[in-house]
Design a binder for this molecule. Structure first.
Ligand SMILES: *[C@@H]1O[C@H](CO)[C@@H](O)[C@H](O)[C@H]1NC(C)=O
Ligand SMILES: *[C@@H]1O[C@H](CO)[C@@H](O)[C@H](O)[C@H]1NC(C)=O
Ligand SMILES: *[C@@H]1O[C@H](CO)[C@@H](O)[C@H](O)[C@H]1NC(C)=O
Ligand SMILES: *[C@@H]1O[C@H](CO)[C@@H](O)[C@H](O)[C@H]1NC(C)=O
Length: 968
C-alpha cells in the first residue's frame, strides 16, 4: 500500500517537473530559435529541379524551427512546386501551432523577411496541403514555422523551373493587362497569370481581344476553375466578367469600384448587371470546353480575384479531393479571330427577336401575344456553313392567365445528313393529312409503328424519333406536319455531326438551309400528351403511349381563367405496350363541380377499357365528381390494351380546376409490386373446394406504396362468399362530403361485379356470381398519419341453391344448408361444406349464423358422430330408459337376495334342528368350525368395502354368495 502511494507521488512530481520544464523551455525559446535558410537555385539544379522536404522527413520535424526554402529561377523562368505529402500540426484557418507560409509574388527575399506576411499567398497547416504552386515572379519562398510542442511528419515535394514566356505573351502592362490583337496573331492561347498554379488574391486582370472590322472572336475555355462556395448562386469572391463588342464598358468600372468596396463587407449588395454588353460572369467549375463568341470584333475578358476565401469543413466535404487541389487553378483557353463565323444578320431585328450574347448564332424569339414569323438558317438564302451550331428558343407567354404554345412548320428543308441534323426539342408532332387515323388507331407495338413511319418518311428521318422528346431531322425533304410545343418553350437546334472535324470533304462543305414558319398560339393551360390536337378546342382527344412516355401527368385543358371549359368532352387514351404491362392512375388534385356525388350528372369522370382479346369497350361501373372526392388509384387488369378516361362537363358556367391526374406504366419489376404480398403478375390460386373450403386474406397491416393482387378460383359450379372482416383505410366514400380514396383502395372483382372500397366499413358481404374473384389492394403515398390497419377478409366456398337443383344442396352429405335467418332480405341461399360447421368462424353470414349454433355443431360429424348426436338429442329418454333398466336390475337383485336370505335362514333352521338332533347325537365339534369360517370371510369383506371399486365388491359379493352357497 505504502509503495503504491510512493509510486503515485513520484509520478506526480515527475509530471510537475515536466510541466515546469516545458514552461521553462517555451519561456526561453525565442532566444534559442535561429532562422535557417535553404536555397534551391536553378543554376544548381537545372530546369528539372529536384525534391525538398521538411527536416528529418519522413520522421517528425524538430520543434522550434524557422526554416525558409528559397527557390530561385532564371529571370524569365517561374518556379513550380508540387507538395506531395503534407502533415503539419495545426488546424486551418488559424494554424496556431506549426505552419507553412507560401509566398509566390516575391521580388526580393529580403523584402519578405523584413515585412513578413505582406506578400503572403496563404498559410497552410493540418492535412490540407497547398495546391500546385507557380511563382508570379522568378522567385518562390516557403517559410516553415514550428512550435516547441509535439511535432508531426512534415512535408515533402518536388520543384522545377518552367518558362515564364506563356504568361508574358501579349502582356502590354504589368501586372496583367493583355491585348490580343488580330493583326498580330489570328489565334493563340490565353491564361491566368499563374495557371495552373494557385492564383493570387486581389488581382484585376484585363484580357482584351481586338479584331479587324468584319471579324468575330471565338474563345474556347479549355480549363477554368475559380473559387466559389458550393451552392453559391453568384460569383461574390473571384470571377471572370465577359463583355461583348467593347473594351471599356462603363458597367465594369462601376462594378469594380463597387465590388472592391463591398467585397470585404457584404457580398449581397452586388449591383445588378444591366449593361447591354455584358455577356456573363463565370466562376466555379464548368464542363469543358466552354465557348464564347463575340458579335463583332471586340471582346473583353476581365478576371477579378479578391481575398483568399477558405472553405468551411462542411463545404470541403462536398468537394472531392481532386477538386480541392484545383479550386484556385485559374483558367486557360484558346482564341481565334474569324471572318467566316456565321453572320448574325439572319436574325431579324425586331423587339421579339434577340441574339443571345456570347453564343455563335443563338437567338430567342419572345412572344408579345400571338405573334408569328419566320426563322431562316444562317446565310439564307445561301447555304450555311456546316460547322455552325445555332439554336433558336421560342418563348410563348406563360403566366397565370395565358399560355401560348409554339407551333412551327417547315417551308424549306435541305440538310445534308452527313453534316448536320435539325433537332426540335419539347414538341409533339401533328399530322394534318387524313392518314392520321393510323396513329389514332390503336398501337400494337412500338416496332410496328416505327416500321410504318420509317418506310413512309425514310427520306429525312435520321432516327425513329417521332415520339421521343427530341425530334431529329435531316435530308432533302421537309418534315411533314406541324410541331407544337408541350409548354410555352420550343427549342430548335442545328447540330453539326462533327463540329471540329477538318476532314470534311470540300465538296460536302456546303452546309444546308431551312426556313421555318412559327406561330404563338393561345392555348389551354399546359396539356401533357403524346398526341393531342391543340389547334382545335372542340376535339379533346389526348393520347398517351407506353412506347413513348412511361409516366406523366394528365389533366383536362383549362381556360385562361384556369377553370376547365364548359361542354368539355375529353378522352384521355392510354395505350399499353403489351400484356405484361399495367397502367396505374392516381390523382394529385380533383375538383369537378357537381355536388351530387352519386349521380354526377352535370360534370363527371368515367372510365372505359378494351382488352387484347376483344374490340369492345367496357365501361367501368363507377362515376366520379365533386370537390376533393378523389377517384381511387386504379390499376388496369390483366389483358387491358387500351384504357380511356372520359371527362365530360355540361354547358353551365359552373366549373372547377378539374383534376390533376398522374399515370405510370408499370411492369413486373416495379417496386410497387413488392414481396410483401402477391402481385398482379402472380398466377391464379386454385382452390380445391373440399380440401380448403375457406380461408383468409389481409393486407398484413397497412404497408405504403404497394400494390397487391390475389386471384382465386375454384371448381366450376361453386362460388365464393366473401366477408370483409375489417376495412380500415384512408379516405371515405360515405362521409358527407365524401373524401374519395386518394391514396388507397380495396377492389374486389368478380363475375359482373366490381366493388371499390376505402375508409372504414363494416358488414360487407359479397357473393360472387361464379367460381372466381380477384382482390386488389393499392396503397400509395398516404395523406395522413392516422394509425390505420388495412383490411382483412375471409372467403368461403359455397354452393348456391337455385331452382335448377330444386333449392337443395347437392351432395347434402358433405354440404350444410345455411338457412336464412330472416325473410326481409332477398339474399341468395347457399350451402357450405360441413367441415366448416362449428370451426369457430361464422360462414353462413349474411344469411344466418347457423353453422355455429351448438345444436348444429353435432351434425358436423359423419355416420359415427351422427349416432352420438342422436344420442344427445334423445338423452332424456335414454336417461329414463337407463333408470328403468337399473331399477329393474336392482329389483331383481333384491328379489334374489331376499330369496337367498329366506333360503339360508330356512337351511339354518333346518341345520339347527339337525344339530340339535346331532348334539343329541354327540357331534357338536364340526358344526362350530363351519360357523367360525363363515364369520371370518364376512369380516374380511367389510374392511374392503370403503376403498375398493365395484367390481371387486361385486366379486366379493359373489364370493360371499359362493361361500354361503358352499357352506350351504
Ligand atoms: C506583387 O507584389 C508587388 C510588389 O510587392 C505588388 O505591387 C503587386 O501588387 C503584387 N501583385 C499581386 C497580383 O498581388
Ligand atoms: C514523400 O514521402 C513519401 C513517403 O512519406 C514518399 O512516398 C514520396 O515519394 C515522397 N515524395 C517525394 C516527392 O519525395
Ligand atoms: C365525345 O367525344 C367522343 C370522341 O372523342 C365522341 O365519340 C362522343 O360522342 C362525344 N360525346 C359527346 C357527348 O359529345
Ligand atoms: C356526365 O356528364 C355529362 C355532361 O354533363 C352528361 O351528359 C352525362 O349524362 C353525365 N353522365 C352521367 C352518367 O350522368
Amino acid at each position: 500500500m505504502d509503495s503504491l502511494v510512493i509510486v503515485i507521488f513520484t509520478y506526480l512530481i515527475l509530471v510537475k517537473c515536466y510541466i515546469v520544464c516545458q514552461e521553462d523551455s517555451s519561456y526561453f525559446s525565442p532566444a534559442i530559435v535561429e532562422t535557417q535558410y535553404l536555397t534551391f537555385d536553378m543554376t544548381q539544379y537545372g530546369p528539372n529541379g529536384g525534391v525538398f522536404s521538411s527536416p528529418n522527413f519522413p520522421n517528425h520535424y524538430p520543434q522550434d524551427t524557422i526554416l525558409f526554402y528559397q527557390f530561385i529561377a532564371a529571370s524569365d523562368y517561374r518556379v513550380l512546386i508540387e507538395i506531395d505529402h503534407f502533415q503539419v500540426r495545426g488546424v486551418i484557418p488559424q494554424c496556431t501551432h506549426d505552419y507553412l507560409d507560401v509566398f509566390i509574388n516575391v521580388t526580393d527575399f529580403n523584402l519578405v523577411y523584413n515585412i513578413v506576411n505582406d506578400q503572403l499567398l496563404h498559410r497552410y497547416c493540418g492535412r490540407t496541403k497547398p495546391p500546385l504552386l507557380i511563382s508570379y515572379t522568378n522567385l518562390l519562398l516557403l517559410g516553415f514555422f514550428t512550435e516547441d510542442t509535439q511535432t508531426e511528419k512534415g512535408f515533402n515535394g518536388t520543384f522545377r523551373f518552367i518558362s515564364g514566356q506563356p504568361y508574358k505573351n501579349h502582356l502590354v502592362r504589368e501586372p496583367c493587362d493583355y491585348i490580343f490583337n488580330s493583326s498580330m496573331s489570328k489565334r493563340g492561347e490565353f491564361l491566368s497569370s499563374t495557371y495552373p498554379g494557385t492564383y493570387l488574391p486581389w488581382q484585376s486582370c484585363n484580357y482584351s481581344f481586338v479584331g479587324l472590322p468584319g471579324e468575330r472572336i471565338h474563345i474556347r475555355f479549355r480549363d477554368l476553375v475559380l473559387f466559389k462556395r458550393p451552392n453559391q448562386q453568384h460569383c461574390p469572391v473571384d470571377l471572370i466578367k465577359l463583355y461583348d463588342n467593347t473594351l471599356n464598358p462603363v458597367e465594369l468600372q462601376r462594378f469594380l469600384s463597387n465590388f472592391y468596396q463591398t467585397n470585404s463587407f457584404n457580398y449581397q449588395t452586388l449591383p445588378q448587371q444591366t449593361d447591354q454588353h455584358h455577356i456573363t460572369d463565370l466562376c466555379g467549375k464548368y464542363t469543358m470546353p466552354l465557348d464564347v463568341y463575340s458579335t463583332s470584333n471586340r471582346l473583353l475578358l476581365y478576371f477579378i480575384t479578391t481575398h483568399y476565401g477558405e472553405l468551411t469543413d462542411g463545404e470541403q466535404e462536398q468537394f472531392n479531393d481532386r477538386s480541392i487541389s484545383l479550386w484556385r487553378k485559374g483558367f486557360y483557353g484558346e482564341y481565334e479571330f474569324f471572318t467566316t463565323l456565321t453572320k448574325l444578320d439572319f436574325i431579324s431585328r425586331n423587339r421579339s427577336n434577340q441574339y443571345l450574347l456570347g453564343t455563335e448564332c443563338d437567338q430567342t424569339i419572345k412572344s408579345f401575344g400571338q405573334g408569328h414569323g419566320e426563322i431562316q438558317s444562317p446565310n439564307w438564302p445561301n447555304l450555311y456553313k456546316p460547322q455552325t451550331s445555332c439554336t433558336t428558343y421560342l418563348l410563348g407567354l406563360d403566366d397565370r392567365y395565358v399560355l401560348e404554345n409554339v407551333e412551327i412548320e417547315f417551308d424549306h428543308f435541305d440538310i445534308d445528313c452527313h453534316l448536320a441534323s435539325f433537332v426540335i426539342y419539347n414538341a409533339s408532332r401533328i399530322y394534318d393529312y387524313h392518314s392520321r387515323t393510323h396513329s389514332s388507331s390503336v398501337l400494337r407495338s412500338e416496332a410496328l409503328i416505327t416500321a410504318q413511319k420509317s418506310s413512309s418518311f425514310s427520306n429525312y428521318y435520321q432516327q425513329e424519333l417521332d415520339f421521343k422528346d427530341n425530334l431529329s431531322f435531316c435530308g432533302h425533304f421537309k418534315p411533314e406536319g406541324r410541331f407544337v410545343s408541350r409548354s410555352a418553350l420550343l427549342k430548335l437546334s442545328l447540330i453539326p455531326i462533327d463540329r471540329l472535324s477538318e476532314k470534311t470533304l470540300p465538296l460536302l462543305n456546303q452546309g444546308g438551309k431551312f426556313q421555318v414558319k412559327y406561330k404563338f398560339v393561345k392555348s389551354y393551360h399546359q396539356v401533357f400528351a403524346d398526341e393531342y390536337d391543340r389547334t382545335n378546342s372542340s376535339i379533346c382527344n389526348l393520347h398517351y403511349y407506353q412506347s413513348r412516355t412511361n409516366a406523366g401527368k394528365f389533366e383536362p385543358p383549362r381556360s385562361s381563367e384556369n377553370d376547365y371549359f364548359s361542354n368539355s368532352n375529353c378522352t384521355f387514351n392510354f395505350y399499353l405496350l403489351n400484356e405484361y404491362s399495367r397502367l396505374l392512375i392516381w390523382y394529385d388534385y380533383f375538383n369537378i363541380a357537381d355536388n351530387n356525388y352519386n349521380q354526377c350528372s352535370l360534370d363527371n369522370v368515367t372510365y372505359s377499357y378494351r382488352s387484347y382479346i376483344s374490340s369492345t369497350y367496357y365501361s367501368y361501373p363507377y362515376i366520379y365528381c365533386g370537390y376533393r372526392n378523389f377517384p381511387p388509384p386504379y390499376l388496369t387488369s390483366r389483358l387491358t390494351e387500351q384504357y380511356r378516361i372520359h371527362f365530360r362537363s355540361n354547358d353551365d358556367t359552373e366549373a372547377g380546376l378539374g383534376f390533376y391526374g398522374r399515370y405510370e406504366f408499370l411492369n413486373e419489376s416495379n417496386i410497387l409490386f413488392s414481396s410483401v404480398c402477391r402481385s398482379p403478375f402472380d398466377s391464379i390460386i386454385h382452390i380445391n373446394e373440399t380440401e380448403q373450403p375457406s380461408g383468409n386474406l389481409s393486407s398484413n397491416g397497412y404497408p405504403e406504396n404497394v400494390i397487391c393482387e390475389w386471384s382465386y378460383a375454384t371448381t366450376n359450379g361453386f362460388q365464393f362468399n366473401l366477408e370483409l372482416t375489417m376495412l380500415d383505410l384512408e379516405g371515405s366514400k360515405t362521409k358527407d362530403p365524401p373524401q374519395g380514396c386518394q391514396s388507397s383502395v380495396l377492389r374486389i372483382y368478380s363475375e359482373g361485379k366490381i366493388e371499390e372500397l376505402c375508409g372504414q366499413e363494416k358488414d360487407i358481404y359479397i357473393l360472387t356470381n361464379s367460381n372466381w374473384f380477384t382482390l386488389q389492394f393499392i396503397s400509395l403515398n398516404r395523406q395522413t398519419q392516422d394509425p390505420l390497419q388495412g383490411f382483412s377478409l375471409s372467403w368461403t366456398i359455397v354452393q348456391v341453391k337455385n331452382t335448377l337443383n330444386n333449392n337443395q344442396c347437392l351432395l347434402s352429405n358433405d354440404y350444410f344448408d345455411c338457412k336464412k335467418f330472416s325473410n326481409n332480405r332477398n339474399e341468395t341461399l347457399f350451402c357450405i361444406h360441413r367441415s366448416l360447421i362449428c370451426d369457430g368462424n361464422v360462414h353462413c353470414q349474411p344469411l344466418s349464423k347457423d353453422d355455429e349454433y351448438p345444436n348444429n355443431c353435432l351434425e358436423n360429424f359423419s355416420p359415427r358422430s351422427h349416432f352420438i348426436s342422436w344420442l344427445i338429442k334423445h338423452q332424456n329418454y335414454i336417461f329414463i330408459f337407463i333408470v328403468i333398466i337399473l331399477s329393474i336390475v336392482m329389483l331383481c337383485i333384491s328379489i334374489i337376495l331376499i330369496f337367498l336370505c329366506i333360503r339360508t335362514r330356512r337351511r339354518r333352521q333346518r341345520r339347527q334342528r339337525q344339530e340339535q338332533q346331532e348334539q343329541q347325537h354327540e357331534q357338536e365339534c364340526l358344526s362350530d368350525e363351519t360357523k367360525t369360517k363363515s364369520t371370518k370371510v364376512s369380516l374380511y369383506n367389510n374392511d374392503d368395502n370403503d376403498d375398493d371399486d365395484n367390481n371387486d365388491r361385486d366379486l366379493s359379493h359373489l364370493s360371499i354368495l359362493e361361500e354361503t352357497v358352499t357352506t350351504v
